[in-house]
Ligand binder design. Structure first.
Ligand SMILES: Nc1ncnc2c1ncn2[C@@H]1O[C@H](COP(=O)(O)OP(=O)(O)OP(=O)(O)O)[C@@H](O)[C@H]1O
Length: 584
């Protein structure tokens, strides 16, 4: 099981959210309902016409009348089928559009979630919500919901038709209703928690597979293959066990429904016999009533049977809406600064789940165009501060504004127009070098690519046989960590955001690579507001302002020279760093 799953919307919240999605186009929804109702009414004509035909045949009526009625039967059947197809298509289209919107919302919500919360929930849970759940809901909404709605209308209209023939037929039909209602309630009560568990165990299985694949180098190196295979098998068995319990209930559910149909049809036949004997209805009307009830078998079976699918979809929807409803703070706090290229942190406190705070009341203002270096010993909270600025983690109290946007509440796309980060772990995407660079600017020309590579000093690209067409990433040409950093800096230049965060610790201080990366960063950050997590103090010396952190707090800030003159913590760090350089 995941350590802690993400929130799941309650059935009431799910229904409300679903209705909000479907009712986005009220005009089209009304037209769809009208078409489906008209289709159901056409379906009523067949038993009624057959009843009249029985009466004519029984009384030795004219063959031509029978012929006309047979033509009416065909027309009503054809029209009903056409309207049914049209109505179901209209509904399927409305549902598909609603689902497409929901799918985007779920992806956006997953992207807005703080990293720590995603890690705690388990990445498998998130993957399951944006893949397996979306698929289950998609199948139910496009396939089941239109058929379900159409069947529900047919039942309502047919019961009305039975009542019109004689109200006692409608009562006879309703004899079966208590058993049907009881069966449905019995089924739903037992299977709802099973389906929820099925979805959760599916997420756990995904989590287990992802963990095994991600950690495959360690799994192979430590000979843990069979142990991991056992863990995946155990997660699968748990999932299958719960699914099979659901199937068991489904079989018993259909047995009971068949019994209800037998009771209902017997009721209609007995009432028909009795009413005809009393002279209250003709034999044709009794025939029509029996046919009406027979006609209810399929839609009732479909409605009750599809509750199963709808219930599964509801479980998936609850998990999807749970993600969208809990997607961090959505109401932005008013910015203290105008929408500029600055950063303002106001009394930010943040703690990783179950840990003591990694940031305590941190307040910091970075003016547009200013470069601030954050220094401090390992674990001081520097990277956490960078994540809060990037909106990857949300402050527990206080707020962070980036270019006038609340980083915890801003839409990721809007935030990423203003800020970009180069982190310690650079991912090199599979594809050619040119494709990798164009992720930041899809329409960048070859000259632009060459220019940014030259600016960050990536002259090694020219030495590759295929130059910018060299395949990199998994299975391709392997880049050194320094080369990958240069690539990330080149991507930053192409994206050209007004604000940048640099958290780079690739090269050892004092080495040629470190000097080269310092120069590359200098070029990439030129003209931008920037926060540099200075793992090497050479990065701090060139900044406008140096901020010293200790145990999640800012303990000193000022220019490099000012802080050296004060002789405080920064001066000690600087001294220690210089002496470590001279020792190497
Ligand atoms: N994902 C995480 N989950 C739990 N605790 C974390 C996580 N990341 C960091 N921490 C803890 O938060 C505190 C601050 O860590 P942070 O990485 O921000 O420090 P840092 O100054 O960047 O350190 P370094 O220079 O070693 O990267 C540390 O105590 C660290 O152990």
């Amino acid at each position: 099981m995941s350590a802690e799953i993400l929130p799941i919307a309650t059935p009431r919240e799910t229904r409300k959210a679903m209705w909000r999605l479907l009712a986005q186009h009220p005009g089209r929804l009304t037209l769809t309902i009208v078409v489906l109702l008209a289709a159901s009414c056409c379906g009523l004509a067949a038993p009624a016409l057959l009843g009249v035909m029985v009466n004519i045949a029984a009384s030795g009526g004219h063959v031509l009348s029978l012929l006309w009625l047979a033509i009416g039967l065909l027309v009503a059947g054809g029209l009903g089928a056409l309207l049914g197809i049209l109505g179901q298509n209209l509904l399927a289209r409305i549902c598909e559009e609603a689902l497409a919107g929901l799918r985007e919302e779920v992806f956006a919500a997953a992207a807005r979630k703080p990293l720590a919360q995603l890690e705690k929930a388990g990445i498998g849970d998130v993957v399951a919500r944006v893949s397996g759940d979306v698929e289950a809901v998609s199948e139910a909404i496009s396939g089941v919901l239109p058929a379900f709605t159409s069947a529900a209308f047919t039942i309502a209209v047919t019961l009305l038709g039975l009542g019109v023939i004689d109200w006692r037929f409608a009562v006879a039909v309703l004899v079966a209703a208590p058993l049907q209602v009881f069966t449905l309630r019995w089924f739903l009560k037992r299977t709802a928690p099973i389906y929820r568990t099925v979805r959760i165990t599916e997420a756990n299985r995904t989590e287990q597979i992802i963990e095994t694949v991600h950690g495959s180098p360690s799994v192979v190196a430590l000979g843990l293959g069979s142990r991991h295979a056992d863990l995946v098998a155990a997660a699968s068995h748990e999932n299958i066990g719960h699914s099979m319990r659901g199937v068991g209930y489904l079989t018993r559910f259909y047995n009971r429904l068949n019994l209800a149909e037998l009771i209902g049809l017997s009721g209609v036949l007995v009432v028909g016999f009795w009413l005809h004997a009393e002279g209250a209805v003709t034999i044709g009307a009794a025939t029509a009533a029996a046919l009406y009830f027979y006609r209810l078998f399929d839609p009732i079976g479909l409605v009750l049977g599809q509750f199963d699918e709808l219930q599964k979809a509801a479980a998936g929807l609850g998990r999807m809406f749970g993600l969208t409803m809990s997607a961090g703070r959505t109401t932005a706090r008013p910015s203290p600064a105008a929408a500029d290229a600055g950063i303002v942190l106001d009394d930010v406190t943040f703690a990783y789940p179950g840990q003591r705070p990694a940031l305590h009341g941190v307040s910091l203002t970075v003016q547009p165009g200013e470069r601030v270096a954050i220094v401090g010993t390992s674990g001081a909270g520097k990277t956490t501060l960078a994540k809060v600025i990037m909106g990857l983690e949300h402050p527990h109290s206080g707020a962070a504004w980036v270019g006038g946007l609340d980083s915890a509440a801003g839409a990721p796309a809007e935030l990423h127009e203003r800020i970009a980060m180069v982190s310690q772990e650079v991912h090199v995407f599979s594809g050619t070098l040119a494709e990798d660079l164009r992720l930041a600017k899809p329409d960048a020309s070859a000259d632009e690519l060459a220019h940014v590579l030259e600016t960050v000093g990536a002259t090694w690209v020219e030495t590759l046989d295929d130059g910018l067409d060299t395949s990199v990433g998994a299975g391709g040409h392997q880049l050194t960590p320094e080369q990958a950093q240069q690539l990330a800096l080149a991507r930053l230049m192409l994206k050209d955001p007004p604000i940048a965060v640099l958290d780079e610790a690739t090269a050892e201080a004092g080495t040629g690579s470190a000097h080269m990366l310092d120069q590359a960063a200098e070029a990439a950050l030129a003209g931008r507001t920037s926060v540099v997590i200075a793992h090497r103090l050479s990065q701090a010396a060139s900044a406008d302002t140096v901020v010293v952190m200790e145990q999640g707090r800012i303990v000193e800030s000022g220019s490099h020279q000012e802080l050296l003159a004060v002789g405080g913590r920064y001066a000690h760090l600087w001294e220690a760093w210089n002496s470590s350089l001279s020792r190497n």
